[in-house]
Design a protein around this ligand. Structure first.
Ligand code: NAD
Ligand code: ZN
Length: 398
């Protein structure tokens, strides 16, 4: 018997059967996650069961963890920035096989609808983006707790579990040679920031950029804008510590709104950019910041790109006269307008080719049982990205 055959025989032991494993379950909005044993059902048709290697915490998880009403639902398993290995696949899945390294991505890419077939969109119309408590195709869940009660999915991913089930439309196969604690970042935040600069805004060389919020998303915008040759990259953040880390990603100037006295931030930016930045990026998730960003993008050609998640009911208000006369553009950007299956493998290559810098985004690493520390670090502004390792074999280096 050949080596590969014996390996194949070993792998499918769990195939077709439920797996019991550890998951960090959130039972109530804002409460610490609890590591519990859950049962993860086998993948149905068009689904993939993934063994998560590591996952990182994005502010979007925190936003929905705090949210007491729908679209947030409880109990749930959060997490949507991750990398893992395919444990088994359901019927009709041809794109990946057991053992493949994959990044599950919250935006679906059905590769069949008008949007997925268009170069202009990453917004699948067959399975539209939703903070769904279940899987996209049949609206049911694959998680149950020790009492046999259903535990919800989050945004089709739920990576805060040793195993998760994801639709094949949410799975991107990647080159396994990228280290997992770098690959996971590409599942959401870093891809979003880079794509917002490259695809949504299409930043040109020699231009000025203002970034509101220097978390991982804002810093990735800076990285993307720098690669494109932007010459002035202004970072705006209430946390003064973000300037030092911002410099590593090419931020040239820093504004702390608390230090501006009575002068509104947008006036300070106007002075620094001769009337307004060519591109303004909202990377906080605040309507008041979105208004500041729009106020200070340059008339005539300025673009404001909204990235931060606010409560779905929040409203923006502009005078129609202002929009008409200024000629500015305001745009939303989900996952930086990247198409997961096409663009994420290119970002992996860019990292492996030493073009795209990912290393400095990871400021902390913890083991799965310490997942609540990752929340504390992000909320207190101490971390950019905290990687959470599922397997005890990987002790955090610090
Ligand atoms: P983060 O918490 O790491 O960073 C947010 C930063 O904003 C912090 O540095 C904070 O100090 C700063 N900040 C807060 N209030 C501010 C204010 N009033 N003015 C200036 N700065 C302020 O978060 P992150 O993980 O980088 O995520 C940022 C936002 O992007 C979140 O709203 C998240 O939900 C959203 N997001 C959107 C997408 C997308 O596809 N559109 C993808 C990922 C994340
Ligand atoms: Zn995210």
């Amino acid at each position: 018997m050949s080596m590969s055959m014996s390996m194949e025989e070993e792998q499918p032991k769990s195939r077709g059967k439920p797996i019991r494993c550890r998951a960090a379950v959130c039972r109530k909005a804002g409460e610490p996650l609890q590591i519990e044993e859950v049962e993860v059902a086998p993948p149905k048709a068009w689904e993939v069961r993934i063994k998560i290697i590591c996952t990182s915490l994005c502010h979007t998880d925190v936003t929905f963890w705090k949210m007491e009403s729908p679209p947030a639902t409880f109990p749930t398993i959060f997490g949507h920035e991750a990398v893992g290995v395919v444990e088994s696949v359901g019927e009709n899945v041809k794109e990946v096989r057991e053992g493949d390294t994959v990044i599950p991505v919250l935006l679906t890419d059905c590769q069949d609808c008008g949007d997925c077939n268009s170069k202009k969109s990453n917004k699948c119309s067959r399975f539209p983006f939703m903070v769904s408590p279940s899987l996209p195709r049949d609206g049911t869940t694959r998680f149950t707790d020790s009492q046999g009660e259903v535990v919800n999915h989050f945004a089709y991913i739920s990576s805060f579990s040793e195993y998760t089930v994801v639709d094949i439309a949410n799975v991107t196969k990647i080159d396994p040679s990228i280290p997992p604690n770098r690959a996971c970042l590409l599942g959401c935040g870093i891809s979003t920031g880079i794509g917002a600069a490259w695809k949504t805004a299409n930043v040109e060389a020699g231009t000025s950029v203002a970034i509101f919020g220097l978390g991982a998303i804002g810093l990735a915008v800076a990285e993307g804008a720098g690669i494109r040759g932007a010459t002035k990259i202004i970072g705006v953040d209430l946390n003064p510590e973000k300037f030092e880390i911002g410099k590593k990603f090419g931020v040239t100037d820093f504004i702390n709104p608390s230090d501006c006295g009575n002068k509104p931030v947008h006036e300070v930016i106007a002075e620094m950019t001769d009337g307004g930045a060519d591109y303004c990026f909202e990377c906080v998730g605040s309507t008041s910041v979105a208004h500041q960003a729009f106020a200070r993008c340059r008339k005539g050609w300025g673009k404001t790109i909204l990235i931060g998640f606010e409560m779905p009911s929040s409203q923006l208000s502009f005078s129609s006269y202002e929009v008409l006369v200024s000629g500015k553009t305001i745009m939303g950007s989900l996952l930086g307008d990247f198409k997961p299956k096409t663009d994420i493998p290119l970002l992996v290559k860019s990292y492996l080719d030493k073009e795209l810098r990912l290393d400095d985004f990871v400021t902390h690493e913890v083991q799965f049982e310490d997942i609540n520390k990752a929340f504390d670090l992000l909320i207190s502004g101490k971390s950019i990205r905290c990687v959470i390792w599922m397997d005890k074999k990987f002790p955090p280096p610090i």
